[in-house]
Design a protein around this ligand. Structure first.
Ligand SMILES: Nc1ncnc2c1ncn2[C@@H]1O[C@H](COP(=O)(O)OP(=O)(O)O)[C@@H](O)[C@H]1O
Ligand SMILES: [Mg+2]
Length: 250
């Protein structure tokens, strides 16, 4: 039975627009985008280069400020014609996990330390953070590389450690910009399986920008963007009934 929570979107945008520059330089990167993403969903964002995909992701991640509109994340209105919180860094730490095309691991820290660092920012004591980081690496099937430095990891391993880092602050909203572009199809499949697991186990909402045809069949819904407009929403075959929100193991 679905939890009542599942009917409330984790990410909701209403009439969000983003304009860069003025006059002849003006670019309407996003125009009146209205969309919602629900707990347990893995959604794709597709569109030609320059269609506004990264802008949309960065705006949901509170990295880029909209020009106008309304944005609610995990039950909190965070933007209503202006940011409603002064400390956006803290807002991101509470709500958002980012995954990039190539991992953003700190080169001088090993896998455990890379993950534990984010947990300590959240206020977890170092020893507890280490234990929790190790559990998370195990959960993502990369526990055997816990003491390796980033340079010693393969592309697929590094991406899994980077996912662990993105999950370390226990966000329910995961934003990924081309997370599989640098991986072969088997590794890309593993990454998508892990993101699906996070959506199911944690009731997370996973938003993935991609060009990667290998993973088009992995989404519940696909948002198609063109010239900054949401052109259509495709319900895909991968979609299943929405999962029940299960509290994560601690
Ligand atoms: N910082 C910026 N300054 C000016 N224009 C930008 C900036 N970032 C993106 N744009 C423009 O906004 C449009 C959308 O870009 P982007 O969101 O990066 O598209 P996509 O990720 O789909 O390739 C493009 O025309 C791009 O040139
Ligand atoms: Mg982009």
């Amino acid at each position: 039975m679905a939890s009542p929570d599942n009917s409330l979107p984790l990410v909701e945008l209403r009439d969000v627009s983003k304009r860069y520059g003025e006059g002849a330089e003006r670019v309407d990167a996003l125009v009146n985008v209205t969309m919602s993403v629900f707990p347990g969903e893995v959604v794709g964002m597709l569109g030609p280069s320059g269609s506004g995909k990264s802008t949309l992701l960065n705006l949901v991640g509170c990295v880029t400020e909209p020009t106008s509109g309304w944005l609610q994340l995990d039950g909190e209105v965070v933007y209503d014609q202006r940011w409603l919180r002064r400390d956006l860094r803290r807002l991101r730490l509470e709500k958002i996990g980012f995954i990039f095309q190539t991992h953003n691991l700190l080169p001088f820290l090993n896998s455990i330390e890379n993950v534990a660092e984010v947990m300590e920012l959240r206020g977890v004591k170092p020893r507890g953070a280490r234990t929790e980081a190790e559990a998370l690496l195990n959960y993502l099937d990369v526990g055997n590389r816990k003491l390796a430095m980033p340079a010693q990891l393969s592309g697929g391993e590094a991406q899994r450690v980077a996912i662990a880092r993105a999950l370390a602050n226990r966000p329910r909203i995961i934003l990924a910009d081309e997370p599989t572009a640098a991986l072969d199809s088997q590794r890309a499949g593993v990454v998508m399986d892990l993101l699906r697991r996070v959506a199911t186990d944690r009731g997370g909402a996973i938003l993935v920008v991609t060009h990667d045809e290998k993973i088009f069949n992995r989404f519940d819904r696909i948002f198609h963007l063109r010239d900054g407009r949401l052109e259509g929403i495709e319900q895909t075959k991968a979609s299943e009934p929405r999962s029940v929100v299960v509290p994560e193991p601690t």
